[in-house]
Write a protein of this length. Structure first.
Length: 223
């Protein structure tokens, strides 16, 4: 079965602690967020896809705005905080992560400090993978078996380091095979509006688009 994964980086008014460069991936309109959830659920049902919603970075808005609508709709969701930001101003703390788990959602890892893993030394990667996993498990009070690669930047070495996880999520903008270890996601961008999920799904099914994405993902896995 194919899976459609829609990823968000932040919701509502963007706080001042967030880098201005994040504005392009920050969904400022909670009503649009809710509409995109409905659209994802409807398109998944119509196209026999499994829907999944993910949240990267661990912003406080994930629980203030993001959690309620996905649980109300009975949609599966995974929250990917950065371990080094847990409890910092504007980010989820241990109590919030445990609330996510209690609501029936999953907590994964987004590394420690949101660095580019392809450029990280072995020592840094140990912190990004092993220490981050341990820290998030302690904070959430639940096992961490999934990871979302920061910046979607990966290659052979990164995937080898990420082998400790059951599932690895990327930013490759394609449908995922539900049982695959490596799972591409579609990420919200500021240009999205009502109907955007339908449009990106239609585009992803075009033969030329699928071929380009498959080649790009194969290249990344081997580089």
């Amino acid at each position: 079965m194919k899976r459609v994964i829609i990823n968000f980086h932040g919701l509502g008014t963007m706080p001042d602690h967030v880098d201005a460069g994040e504005a392009n991936v920050w969904c400022a309109d909670p009503a649009l967020y809710a509409d995109l959830l409905d659209e994802t659920r409807e398109e998944a049902a119509a196209q026999q896809l499994e829907p999944l919603i993910t949240f990267d970075d661990g912003n406080l808005s994930d629980i203030e705005i993001g959690l309620g609508p996905v649980t109300e709709r009975g949609m599966r969701a995974i929250f990917f905080p950065c371990a080094g930001r847990i409890g910092q101003r504007g980010y989820l703390d241990g109590s919030a992560l445990r609330e996510v788990v209690s609501a029936g959602a999953e907590v994964g890892s987004h590394g420690w400090s949101h660095t580019d893993w392809r450029r990280a030394s072995p020592e840094v990667m140990r912190q990004e993978v092993v220490e981050a996993k341990d820290r998030i498990e302690q904070a959430a009070g639940a096992p961490v078996t999934t990871v979302a690669i920061p910046f979607g930047s990966y290659g052979r070495r990164v995937l080898k380091d990420a082998a400790v996880f059951r599932t690895v999520y990327t930013s490759d903008a394609a449908l995922a095979d539900a049982d695959a270890w490596l799972q591409p996601r579609f990420s919200y961008v500021r240009s999205w509006s009502r109907g955007s999920v339908r449009r990106v799904l239609a585009d992803s099914r075009r033969p030329a688009r699928r071929l380009r994405q498959n080649l790009a993902m194969t290249f990344k896995r081997l580089r």
